[in-house]
Design a binder for this molecule. Sequence first.
Ligand code: AMP
Ligand code: MG
Length: 489
Amino acid sequence: MRKLEQLDFDNTFARLPDIFHSRLHPTPLPEPYLVSFNTNAAPLIGLDSSETQRADFAEYFIGNRLLPGCEPLAMLYAGHQFGHYVPQLGDGRAVLLGEIKNGAGEYWDVQLKGAGRTPYSRNGDGRAVLRSSIREYLCSEAMHGLGIPTTRALCIVGSDHRVYRETVETAAVVTRIAPSHVRFGSFEVFFYRGQIQPLAMLADYVIARHFPHLIDAPDKYPRFFNEVVTRTATLMAQWQAVGFSHGVMNTDNMSILGLTFDYGPFGFMENYDPGYICNHSDPAGRYAYNQQPQIGLWNLACLAQALTPIISKEDAETALKNYAPTYAERYTALMGQKLGLTQTSKDDASLINTLLDMMHTSHADYTNLFRGLSHFKSAPGEKNAALRDQFIDRTAFDTWSESYRARLQREQGSDEERKIRMDKVNPKYILRNHLAQTAIDKAEQGRDFSEVDRLLALLQNPFNEQPEMEDYAAIPPEWARHITVSCSS
Ligand code: AMP
Ligand code: MG
């Protein structure tokens, strides 16, 4: 593991022509302090975690000092926001320091989010607040803990510099790390400007860096798009299965690698409600929980359109047609696993949907209901009273449990073995809004960051029973009903 001065930068994106980005330095912030450091992510960039002991550590990760070898820039992109094309977005408050090569030869983008104004800031102040930085930091690591592809987070550095949102807040910078920050909107910007050569150059760059098995394929572009379709469909299935709502699925927030990307007003569903809207700024529910799979496809269609100069319409349509079956297959498999099934069967969809319908009517907590389902006893005559009590319509539960019991009889293994399997896929702990809010309140009020660290450690192991943390699995307290999250961050 290396010291800060020895990090191995190799900035491939910075070597692309100037049309792709704007070179600039982060804007300094006064008196930075380390809020939290994620030792689990440090090895990804080959960083020795003991470097956090240095007095100047925070200066580097708020952008006041530059790491040797970095070539800071803001990336250009556009995107469809809430269904409307916005011709120019770009990193308005994020600065990509560059890519660091780790000991395993992997490249990781290192980006400071909240590092000041850029040529793409439009009317924004280039800043991120401590509140939203804590949410991104915790949720990206929680998603990783859940086994869902995502950008990662290395640390948060704060400053008492004031930032004006609905109220006065303070600034913070999250160091986001990811294999790539290229988005669907990175392609759209060139398509809509009619700049075909940069469009093809970006596709070649992404293929060379992230889809190297396609470099020499004569049909590399359609195959690349097809892989993006598969990854996106898979990601949507993973979000749905865990009850995650992103909140702002604009095409500028869609990763070309199928990572969960750009955490804003996201939410984990608590009471099961297919129409759940996590983002207070989305009253029409364009990005409601149950819309996400079809929005994934809509966004892919935007990307397909942007790629039409390099792939045929027929190839684009063929790839897009793979989306629905891929999504359905992945989603059913994941939900089957949540029920403890090892094989798939055509009647599983109805078993799952009936359960979800009952959960909806009973306002069951999505996470806790599935976690508790691992206690289901399959012996004939078992009433499964603790589970049964969570449903309003007990007769419906009894009917459903008969079908579940019959389905389990077609599986191998004991109830105990099934419980072990189910506990590995049904998390005990998710980032509930009130947990994040408690950590935020402590951080904002008393500069006490212990709760951020506690949640980080908890959510990195969401499937393990952590008896001393039992309260963190509870449904939200009364005060938490009033928490709203919006696009303001
Ligand atoms: P987001 O909703 O965070 O994905 O951001 C959408 C666009 O707005 C991106 O181009 C961001 O860089 C930009 N943006 C968001 N917040 C700010 C801010 N405070 N200052 C400048 N640009 C911002
Ligand atoms: Mg964004």
